[in-house]
Design a protein around this ligand. Structure first.
Ligand SMILES: Nc1ncnc2c1ncn2[C@@H]1O[C@H](COP(=O)(O)OP(=O)(O)OP(=O)(O)O)[C@@H](O)[C@H]1O
Length: 339
């Protein structure tokens, strides 16, 4: 049975910038179940990282406005927690791994000490026990000669090994949720596969739920149970891995799949990049934000934002093609109709 651990409800986030207000997140809704992997995919600028950083409350205070929404973790709204309560959640209950491991590492501190820091802070272990646990974590993530490596500094590790160390740090306190923001994008393909496998193995061992942020659908295919597709600050489609890969209902999802090398090759179809580029978030109009790039637009798409259509319990899509009011004759074969 699935048990919900996190729910993001109707989240709206904007930033004040010198050129005006950028609305980065516009009504995002999703749930995360215990132990599952939810992948958030979409092109650069679609709002994936802002969503993750809002959950972690890591956005700059001076120019961020969370105008609507709540984020419920174990019955508490993270957006209303005091800073000290949020600090307890961060690291011990929800941890985050970034694309660049140096974001999380202090270059002047030995690795062992850095892993121990979280354990001393959140688990109140003695120094001796924390050091033993740090050693176990390094071994668990596959760092050779872990005992000696506890004394090394970050620059003495390769990129892949550094990311392993960061994963060890993130998981040391056994968090319930790991948010991984493009954790393998900077690594070469072989190392990438090893790190993803490591995350999978650790997830199974520790029963951690993962939010995996990526623009790489190959990574999604290997890792995710469910997928949320983001475009211009909205989740335009979400569903199980099979629903998104085999019954995509949003033209943007279809476009992403068609522009993915492996999938197209296995279906022996040519690669088709999505034409155009994402809209400027500071000047979005009233219609569907994908309308300017969509090959199937109708008049309504340019004028009004589509609602979320629930195709079944797990699959939702935000597209006029799937709206109950759209005549079936308007729906192209390749997108399919779930109506
Ligand atoms: N601190 C900030 N101040 C102003 N605008 C911001 C800030 N952080 C993010 N944005 C804007 O919010 C939008 C969404 O950014 P976000 O980083 O979430 O995209 P993304 O989907 O994670 O893309 P990428 O894969 O490139 O990281 C972008 O237009 C970005 O420029």
């Amino acid at each position: 049975m699935t048990e919900e651990i996190l729910a993001v409800n109707n989240l709206h986030v904007s930033f004040k910038t010198q050129t005006g207000t950028v609305t980065a997140i516009r009504g995002v809704n999703f749930k995360l179940n215990k132990g599952e992997t939810l992948a958030i995919v979409g092109e650069s600028g679609s709002g994936k990282s802002v969503t993750a950083k809002t959950i972690m409350r890591l956005l700059p205070k001076h120019n961020t406005l969370i105008s609507e929404g709540d984020i419920t973790y174990e019955g508490r709204d993270l957006l209303n927690l005091s800073l000290s309560d949020m600090q307890k959640v961060r690291g011990s209950e929800i941890a985050m791994v970034f694309q660049d491991p140096m974001t999380s590492l202090n270059p002047t501190m030995r690795i062992g000490k850095q892993i121990m820091e979280g354990l001393l802070k959140h688990q109140h272990l003695s120094k001796k026990v924390a050091k033993q646990k740090a050693l176990e974590m390094l071994e668990l993530v596959g760092i050779p000669n872990a005992k000696e490596r506890l004394e090394a500094y970050p620059h003495q590790f390769s990129g892949g090994m550094r990311q392993r160390v960061v994963i060890a740090m993130a998981l040391a306190c056994n968090p319930r949720i790991l948010i991984a923001d493009e954790p393998t994008t900077a690594l070469d393909v072989t190392i990438q596969a090893q790190i993803l496998q490591l995350m999978k193995d650790l997830q199974e061992k520790m029963d951690t739920a993962i939010i995996l942020i990526t623009h790489d659908l190959g990574v999604v295919a290997n890792m995710a149970d469910r997928v949320a597709v983001m475009y211009a600050g909205e989740i335009v489609e979400q569903g199980t891995l099979d629903e998104i890969f085999y019954q995509p209902q949003h033209p943007y999802t279809l476009g992403l799949l068609r522009s993915m090398p492996n999938l197209s090759a296995s279906r022996s179809e040519p690669l088709i990049p999505i034409p155009g580029s994402p809209p400027d978030l500071a000047t979005l109009g009233t219609g569907c934000p994908f309308a300017a790039r969509c090959p199937y637009t109708m008049k309504v798409c340019h004028d009004f934002l589509p609602e979320h259509t629930h195709l079944n319990e797990s699959h939702t899509v935000m597209c006029w093609l799937q709206d109950a009011r759209t005549p079936l004759t308007h729906i192209p074969e390749e997108v399919g109709s779930a109506k």
